[in-house]
Design a protein around this ligand. Structure first.
Ligand code: GLN
Length: 451
């Protein structure tokens, strides 16, 4: 049914870069055969899923939305892919994304944009716009995203779906193409809080192949999602997540959510987190710096695209020509910014200062979580904007992640879930819930209560 749905709508939505029809049917049949033989089935047996094209898959191409890796079929599965297969999930295919996960609209994909199923002329968010569009268009009931600065939560918000950025280290990064390694985090996308929890549990947990993986059990997210409640909880509202640039309908739905929390028995506490105002600036030094280092591996020699290798050119020239042809504008912008920020003489002023700000943000969160159990905010300042509107204005694009970025810098966990439609444009608004590190279960407890 999901393959038929993809066939019917994906020409318009363009959520998928690759649909593995035969592979998906074979996986589904294998699950049936197991069931008939009375064998033990995985926890998500037979459930179809759309996988962001940033996770390596041995039997499908992995492009990361870039020409640099067009047609590349990795020799190994990401740990997340292996865990999905062990859970007996049926992987439908790979979803569209901003190139190397850099963007907030999926317009930076080298393979063309994805439409928002609510209004195909608008963006589905980014970088994981393909995964959330697949959910919103009923092409898949489950999807996987990655969140470096908001790429799970912001697409969830603008497509009216649920997305969770687990605690940093909660889901393995092994086989997830690196953008900014100290921020990157894979996580679940779904249409309900409980579905997200079931997927979270299946993909989470320690992985010896990832040196930053947390060696502790997955927080009890499914149990929390089954027992939604906010009675007696302290919920923080941060002053810095408001003000100019927030759309009226977004603010209205957010304030209604706060009222709902109160009526369900939560105490609402106002919080001041002054360092959050610097989060965007710190992020746009740290993320490009790490990106410039991570993307150095695309040198045209080891794998992926190779341009101009006609026997007359030096290796250096081939690398340069390949990068010129293989990387899009936003990737080049970040690599240039990052190499500049890391260069000697500027390192302390830019990268060093950004790291200090990162510590201040972490401390603001620590102080906040002495007073409250969770923090809530709008996920994004606005609803889905028209395709093309911010394409030539990187600063306007970066503002889409104003509320999501502090969480990545601190490494704690956060969820976005729908909280109604904005009256002025009828588009979905997302409510963000933020919890301390390794308290991901709180997101689900609160999310299930207000869903
Ligand atoms: N939009 C942010 C960026 O462009 C976040 C991306 C992400 O989370 N992968 O960097």
């Amino acid at each position: 049914a999901h393959l038929a749905r993809i066939e019917a709508v994906d020409e318009k939505v363009h959520a998928f870069l690759h649909v593995d029809r035969e592979g998906a049917l074979a996986q589904a049949r294998a699950v049936d055969a197991k069931r008939e033989a009375g064998e033990k089935l995985g926890p998500l047996a037979g459930v179809p899923l759309a996988l962001k094209d940033i996770f390596t898959t041995r039997d499908m191409p992995t492009t990361v939305g870039s020409k640099m890796l067009e047609g590349w079929v990795p020799p190994y599965d990401a740990t997340l892919t292996t865990r999905l297969k062990a859970a007996d999930v049926v992987i439908l295919g790979k979803t569209n994304m901003d190139e190397f996960a850099m963007g907030s609209s999926t317009e930076n994909s080298a393979y063309g944009p994805t439409g928002n199923p609510w209004d195909l002329t608008r963006i589905p968010g980014g970088s994981g716009g393909g995964s959330s569009a697949a959910l919103a268009s009923f092409e898949a009931p489950l999807a996987i995203g990655t969140d470096t600065g908001g790429s799970i939560r912001q697409p969830a918000a603008v497509t009216g779906t649920v997305g969770v950025k687990p605690t940093y280290g909660g889901v393995s990064r092994y086989g997830m193409v690196a953008f900014s390694s100290s921020l990157d985090q894979g996580g679940p996308c779904a249409r309900t809080v409980l579905d997200a929890a079931l997927l979270h549990e299946a993909i989470g947990g320690h992985d010896p192949m990832d040196s930053t993986s947390i060696d502790a059990p997955v927080p009890p997210v499914v149990e929390a999602a089954r027992n939604g409640s906010v009675a007696g909880m302290r919920v923080g509202v941060v002053k810095q997540f408001s003000g100019e640039g927030y759309q009226a309908g977004v603010v209205q739905r957010f304030e209604e959510s706060v009222e709902l929390l109160r009526s369900l028995g939560a105490t609402v506490v106002e919080l001041d987190c002054p360092s959050f105002d610097l989060a965007l600036s710190a992020y746009y030094l740290i993320a490009p710096s790490e990106c410039s280092s991570n993307l150095a591996r695309f040198d045209a020699m080891r794998y992926g695209l190779r341009v101009g290798d006609d026997g007359t050119r030096s290796a250096e020239d081939v690398t340069a020509l390949t990068r010129e042809a293989g990387f899009g504008d936003e990737v080049k912008r970040r690599v240039i910014l990052g190499t500049y920020a890391l260069s000697s003489g500027y390192y302390d002023a830019y990268y060093g200062s950004a790291q200090k700000v990162r510590t201040l943000i972490t401390q603001d969160f620590e102080k906040a979580f002495e007073q409250v159990d969770v923090i809530v905010s709008p996920t994004t300042p606005t609803t889905a904007f028209p395709i093309g509107e911010r394409a030539d204005d990187p600063m306007a694009m970066y503002l889409a992640d104003l509320c999501t970025i502090p969480t990545n810098l601190a490494g704690n966990s956060a969820m976005s879930l729908p909280c109604g439609l904005a009256p002025e444009d009828g588009l979905p608004v997302g409510l963000q819930i933020i919890a301390p590190a390794m308290k991901d279960d709180r997101l689900y407890k609160v999310g299930a209560a207000v869903e």
